[in-house]
Design a protein around this ligand. Structure first.
Ligand SMILES: [Cu+2]
Length: 182
């Protein structure tokens, strides 16, 4: 009685599978290493701001306090720089920054920059258009206007990346209640 010569195929398959699995494991290990390396590496944030911009400087300090290395480039015309870097004018704010291939426009909170760098979506970057009161670098006694951090894709489409609700500062009561004016 002849048997099917199945022995070879039976042994070949698991060994091929082992090789594949070993390759896969190796690939996953290098992915894990790369993922681990990213947060510790704290990529440099290149900021383009006008030398006279105070809130831009405050935002730089906010990033540094969050652990980012920041390289400040003083530019006379931030609108021209924004255009050169490719951030659409309609999302414009007072400064533009570049980090790990992304653009950051305006007073983007450091925690959102970290989330961007951890999730690495296909995008141009993040923007906080205008200069909302209460965003990092725009502090005003605990008051915050509601604002959104937008994720801008390469075609200039925006979607909401993070939302910050309005905060009313606790109004300190005057020691004596103001009476009617005489
Ligand atoms: Cu500003």
């Amino acid at each position: 009685m002849t048997r099917f010569p199945s022995h070879d195929t039976v042994t070949a398959t698991p060994s091929a599978r082992r090789t594949f699995l070993a390759t896969l494991a190796g690939a996953l290990a290098s992915f894990a290493l790369a993922a681990q390396a990213t947060p510790g590496a704290s990529p440099v944030v290149e900021v383009f701001k006008n030398p006279s911009c105070g809130c831009c400087g405050a935002w730089v300090e906010h990033l540094q306090a969050a652990g980012f290395k920041v390289q400040v480039n003083e530019v006379p015309d931030t609108a021209a720089t924004r255009r050169q870097l490719g951030m659409p004018e309609k999302f414009g704010s007072c400064h533009t920054a570049r980090v790990a291939g992304y653009l950051l426009e305006g007073h983007v909170p450091a925690q959102d920059v970290k989330r961007l760098l951890a999730s690495r979506p296909q995008a141009l970057g993040l923007a906080v258009p205008g200069m909302p009161v209460g965003s990092p670098g725009m502090e005003d006694g605990g008051r915050r206007d509601a604002y959104q951090v937008l994720l801008i894709d390469r075609s200039g489409q925006a979607r909401v990346f993070a939302s910050y609700p309005a905060v009313k500062p606790a109004t300190p009561r005057p020691a004596t209640a103001p009476g009617p004016r005489s």
